[in-house]
Design a protein around this ligand. Structure first.
Ligand code: CO
Length: 318
């Protein structure tokens, strides 16, 4: 997510005029857009190979959300000199394997000494201008489809607190390491209205950014949101990540109907996601085809709500 960019007159910088663009969009030629995105974070799991895979899948996600193809990736590494170098080797192997799975090439990177390990990628991709998918383009009557369950923020917080172990959250770990590539290819084949990926602002934040960009409202039923095993249990115990409170404070003022909802469902709605799924708006006529294509790709297709005609940039919970 881009914000607070300095003023720039370059007419080729298309992302300046697309609210909530997931990556930088730069027009190279009449039929080629350059997509650039970067993300990195501290370990969400102990296993270094898995951490590398998840961080890379997360960083590659923006290009897939925009309907693009990643071409190259560069490592961004922070690493303490007190840790064995084999840990770093495993992180980089996890990241590189994921980049290859994405169909891209790892071209290098940069590392600095740091107190805590940090890892992620700078990703460069391309897309034809006619094939670019953004968060603009939702129409009233479109259905909202989510391709991964929610709850990774709650579960990784519980992991850090040692309330759960990695075995307990196996499904979420596989979900976070899964590329959005296959879901992206499926939605491109079917043809959809708009898409964004669900990451740190939670489903609530990213859905509202979509509503804002498309100048429409969204209707979502929190009690039917899909979640990974144990995520709701963790919310019930009150073990909620800090980012969830931030999302709640920032976005809830644009939401109506929250008073009738259970707190765990609100927690899930606000839960910051690591390498979350795609949130896709699709015309009702194409919903069945999209769900079919996603299932064939091995992805989930949760229908979680719809696009409505209410005040632009708002959400109604029902
Ligand atoms: Co994104």
């Amino acid at each position: 997510m881009l914000s607070q960019l300095p003023h720039n007159d370059d007419p080729r910088l298309l992302s300046r005029d697309i609210p909530c663009a997931d990556a930088g969009i730069y027009q190279l030629t009449d039929d080629l857009l350059l997509l650039q995105s970067i993300d990195f974070f501290t370990p969400v799991v102990d296993d270094p190979y898995l951490f590398g895979s998840i961080a890379a899948a997360n960083a590659l996600s923006d290009v897939f959300a925009m309907g693009g193809q990643p071409i190259t990736a560069m490592n961004m590494v922070g690493f303490p000199n007190c840790l064995p170098i084999d840990v770093l080797t495993q992180i980089l192997k996890g990241g590189t394997d994921k980049v290859h799975e994405a169909g891209a090439t790892m071209v290098g990177g940069h590392s600095v000494e740091d107190e805590e390990p940090k890892y992620g990628l700078a990703v460069t991709g391309t897309v034809h201008p006619d094939k670019l998918i953004t968060s603009q383009g939702c129409h009233p009557g479109d259905l909202l489809v989510l391709t991964k369950p929610l709850g990774t923020g709650l579960l990784t917080t519980a992991l850090k607190a040692e309330v759960l172990c990695e075995n307990d959250i196996d499904e979420a770990l596989r979900g976070m390491a899964r590329l959005n590539r296959y879901a992206s290819e499926a939605m491109r084949r079917v043809g959809i209205s708009a898409c964004t990926d669900v990451t740190g602002f939670g489903l609530l934040g990213h859905a509202l950014e979509m509503a804002e960009a498309s100048q429409i409202s969204l209707t979502i039923s929190p009690s039917s949101l899909p979640s990974y095993p144990h995520a709701k249990e963790m919310a019930e115990t009150g073990l909620v990540p800090e980012g969830s409170f931030r999302n709640n404070r920032h976005y809830m003022p644009r939401v109506t109907g929250a008073d009738h909802q259970a707190q765990v469902d609100i927690d899930l709605l606000c839960d910051p996601q690591t390498s979350g799924g795609l949130l896709i708006a699709v015309h009702a006529d194409r919903l069945a085809a999209l769900c079919e294509a996603l299932h064939q790709a091995g992805d989930h297709a949760f229908v979680i709500g719809e696009v409505a005609n209410g005040p632009a940039g708002t959400m109604e919970l029902v």
